[in-house]
Structure formats: C-alpha cells, structure tokens
Ligand binder design. Sequence first.
Ligand SMILES: *Cc1c(COP(=O)(O)O)cnc(C)c1O
Length: 464
Amino acid sequence: MTGRSDESGEPTATATDRGESVRRLDDWDGAFLRSLAAEYETPLYVLDLDRVRANYRRLASAFPDADICYAAKANALGDVLETLLAEGATIECASAGEVQRALAAGASGDRIHYTAVNPPERDLEYVLDVWADEPHLTITAGARDTVERLADAGYDGRLALRVNPGVGAGHHDAVRTGGDATFGIPADRLVGVAEFAVESGLDLVGLHAHVGSGVLDDEQVAAHREFVGRVAALAEDILSAVGPVDFVDVGGGFGVPYRESESPLDLDAVAGATRDALVGVDADLVVEPGRYLVADAGLLLTRANTVKETPGTRVVGVDAGMTSLLRPALYDAYHDIRPVAPGAADRDRVAQTITGPICESADVFCTDRPLPRIDREEPLAVGNAGAYGYEMASTYNSRPRPASVVVDAGSVSLARRRESIDDLTRLERNRADAGTERAPGAAERAADGTSPATDGGSSTEVDE
Ligand SMILES: *Cc1c(COP(=O)(O)O)cnc(C)c1O
C-alpha cells in the first residue's frame, strides 16, 4: 500500500505522477500514529502536506488550463496556505480573517480572491485597506448591495459577481431549503447588477458560482454538467451586456469518499464536463476546491478515556469531541475511525458508540458501529479530518482546541500548539493569569516548548 507517511519512503508526487486518487484511514501507518499520539498527546490534528501537494497536482493535471483557487475555509493553517501558494494556487478567502491569513502566508494581492458573503462592515474596511497596498486582489460580490457599498467606499478594483444559477449539484434539495437564496445574485438580476457595477466604475473581471459541496458519484457529475452549462449561459449574457471578463469561476464542491464503500471522484469526468460546458465562453476557467485538497491529508488522533458496557452497545468516551471535530454533530457526517494499536484490526468487532467529553447529546462520532473492541487509554484515529475539522473547532465547554502537527517530506513538526487552559480566559479583563498556578504542568505541556501567552493582550486590535 502506498501513501504511508512515516517511513520517508513515500515518493514525492511529480506533475506526471497524479498520486493515488484516494487515501483511506488504513493507509496511515499505525506505528507512526501511535508515536505522534505519545509525543504530542491527544486530541491532535495531523496533516500531511505531501498529500496536500499530491491532491493539488492531481487536480491541476485534470484541469491543466484552470486557475486553482483554494477555499481557505476548509483548512486555513498557515502551513497549508504556504504549501498551496508554492504549488501555484490562488486563495479564496471568505472573511477578512482569511485574507489576513493569506497575506501572512505570503500571498500577494493577485493571489487573493475575497468572497464577500454578507460582509460585515469591518471586513470590507479591512479588505479595502489591504487593496490600497495590493491593488490586484479580487473581490467577489454576491449582492447588489455589496457592489453599492464597495462603490461608495471608493473601490474601483477587480470585481467578480457571484451568481445563484438556481441549478446544480444538489439542486433538488436546494429549492426546498430556501437557504440557497442566501448565496449569490439571483440569475435574473445578474445582468442588471453587472451593468450597475460597470456604471459605478468597478472593474468587472469575473463571474462566479458555487453551489455546494460533494460532487462524487455519476449522478452528481451529471448535475455538475448541468450547473456549469447554466453558468456558461449566464457568462454569455454578461459578455454581451457589458463586454469581456477575465474568468469564469465554477466554484468548488469536488467530493471525497468519506465512507470506505464510496469510490473516489472521477476527476477526468468532472473536468471533461466542465470543459465541454464552457467551450464557447471566451474566459479563463477558475475552480475553487477546498475539501478535495485537504480532507484525506488529515486525521484526528484521540484517546479513549472511558469504556462502558450498556445493554445495547459498548460506549467509548474519547478525549476529542464536537469541539474538536464538529462535522458528525453538525451534519451527521461519517468519519472512519480505527484503533491504531498493533493488531487492532484482528480483534473481534463489536457495536460501539463513540462519544466526546462535551455535555451535549449530539457529541457522538458514531453510533453502534462495528469496530474492533476498543480498550481504555488506547489511541484512535478519525479519518478524513483535514477539511472542516480544526476550522470548525470551538472552545465550548471551555475545552482548549487541539494541537496540529504537519508532516512535510516525511518529517513531523508542530504547526500550531495546543490551546492551554490559560488561553481560555486570555481575552477577559483581569483574568489573564487566573489558571496559571492551578494547572501545574499544563502550561508546559500545552506549549510544547513555547511559553504560553499570559499577557491578556492580543497583538492585533480588532474588537473592543
Ligand atoms: C466552501 C466554498 C468552497 C469550497 O467548497 P468545497 O466543498 O470544500 O470544495 C468554494 N467556494 C466557495 C465560495 C465556498 O464557500
């Protein structure tokens, strides 16, 4: 099996080597994961940058003429952004904070697309401030109001319009929820808003659409084809109303197989469908993947605290929970889970329910799942946690967020220290040092050699 990340035997993918199209949880080496859990403690996010690169190169080779704009919200760790910038990606930022992270990772303005979804005034001010120094950044507006606010603020830079095409992958559900209307300019208003933008002096450079996540099977690829066809027609409308644009951005949503039974996305089929639909449109293609680049590059290590036999199931309480990985609680998402002890795969499988330490009934990773019998104190790995994992972590129940390590060319380093108990009160007045003396050892453990900040101040002034 390839894709193991420990023995430095993993070849670095090249432009012609598109890498394995899927990495399953079983492909990670157990001994390596045990050593990480022992050295860095749990819960711990592990992210393999070599796998991020391989995923990027596979996508880039399927879409050779496209700009790949990484949706930072999937995983905004600086190491990830730096890695993808070095591969040639642009960064799609959904907030001022993500713009700040992109800049901190070394992105120049021409590598930053800021998508203003109902942008708070503070975000617009921040981004316009950045624009003053980085005039090549692109702002994507999803409402006429946003265009108007930008124009009023004196913005005459690069603008893309996000349209809600009304169809696409998952469009059967979208109509029902009505939530779909949140994102983008209604298709029948698009030309009017484009004309307004141009009259207001903005530099209209692109059309953007993103309809949601999870194109994976053939049916979804067919829906994607329909969606891109619709976007192409809208691009033609814009072209004939206000003239040429540089790019058409068809969003992200490239799915990954979370379940063992699912096959990886047929990238060539998606790329072919996209190319066919856009063949008559004279503009560059932009794709905007998040999950696809990082999901299977990451996992979450946790450890069993409590094992309880109940009449119906064996309940295993672990030290990670919905505050470390929210997807199961939020979306009922499936993540593969395995004990990483030697020989664990050979144990009998029993129905087990894995829960976190949070006082919420939703704090469950899996229910009655047949898994090798798990013992107290043993480490477990939760797969496909590289996307929307740490980004959705919180400190609910006053639980510090996990540490993150990265694997790069086979070597491991701490990318983000574990939050300490003291970090929890750091933003409160007069509470800066509250826990320091009561948590012997915690500060050093948490910091892994870096001393925890105890000054209560923050280096960037954002809020009062
Ligand atoms: C979330 C998001 C993406 C990425 O979605 P994935 O499913 O992670 O690929 C791309 N574009 C926009 C505008 C998004 O909001």
